[in-house]
Design a protein around this ligand. Structure first.
Ligand code: TQI
Ligand code: ZN
Ligand code: ZN
Length: 252
């Protein structure tokens, strides 16, 4: 049999490229960043398929059904859809539906009311997208104990004066799990200058809910501080996907 190779011009070659095979599509846009293909001769694509179906709001079947195939044929942006968020080892998370928090020591740089509303807003960024509620309590032990203090403040991680470490939070868990501490040697504000409390609190609560740092520069969990306008601020996409992967979506 004689094989004829047609010469293709540029326009044709683009069209030939566009409908990637399903497998190529999944491995290009849905590859689990932690998964390595070594040792897996045929990658199990069910997980990637499910991630893709979930992302596009399709029925999550893990099977290559016609809806899924059609969606794959649509033109798309070349950026991977796999969120670049991370979870802690063992994926610790809160098991209850209401997580309590208590602020035991306030900063003198803002009014108590300002701190309370800012902390509430930071938690709201998460409760808006997952089925988890946060409730402030004023006595006893809360799940998430919050304080503002400089230098030594009762744990093995004393703060370091102005700049450097701004705050830290523990991953979800019993005892000190979720506890969140703010370095009171920082200049805390609700504006763009100095250190914006809402942005740092929202970042720390990401840790307190089980998120590790993200590689997505737009993510709240990206490991460098960057001021963004906090009016009408909502949780960036990557963090939303990361936290929903742990707690599920909120359908309200
Ligand atoms: N504090 C670090 C942080 O929260 C401490 C830390 C490093 C950490 N790795 C962790 C805490 C893993 C829990 C789990 O990232 S920080 C930023 C940002 C800090 C940094 O003071 O360096 C923010 C606190 F992202 F801007 F760099 C808040 Cl928003
Ligand atoms: Zn601490
Ligand atoms: Zn962090």
């Amino acid at each position: 049999m004689k094989v004829t190779r047609k010469r293709i011009n540029k326009k044709q070659s683009i069209q030939l490229f566009l409908p990637l095979s399903s497998q190529a599509y999944l491995s290009q846009f849905y590859r689990d960043k932690n998964a390595t293909f070594s040792g897996r001769i045929l990658p199990n694509l069910e997980k990637e398929l499910k991630a893709m179906q979930d992302f596009f709001g399709l029925e999550v079947t893990g099977k290559l059904d016609s809806n899924t195939l059609e969606t794959m044929k649509l033109p798309r942006c070349g950026v991977t859809d796999v969120a670049r968020y991370g979870h802690f080892q063992g994926k610790p998370k809160w098991k209850q539906s209401v997580v309590t928090y208590r602020i035991t020591e306030y900063t003198s740089q803002l009014s108590k009311r300002e701190v309370d509303t800012t902390i509430t807003k930071a938690f709201q960024l998460y409760s808006d997208v997952i089925a988890l509620d946060f409730k402030q309590i004023y006595n006893g032990t809360a799940d998430i104990m919050i304080l503002f203090k400089a230098e030594y403040h009762g744990d093995f991680y004393p703060f370091d004066g102005p700049n450097g470490v701004l705050a830290h939070a523990n991953a979800p868990g019993p005892e000190q799990g979720g506890d969140t501490h703010f370095d009171d040697d920082e200049r805390w504000t609700l504006r763009s200058r100095d250190i914006n409390l809402l942005l740092v609190a929202a970042h720390e609560f990401g840790h307190a809910l089980g998120l590790e740092h993200s590689k997505d520069p737009l993510a709240l969990m990206y490991p460098t501080y960057r001021y963004v306008n906090t009016n009408g601020y909502t949780l960036p996409r990557d963090d939303r996907i990361g936290v929903q992967a742990l707690y599920g979506k909120c359908f309200l």
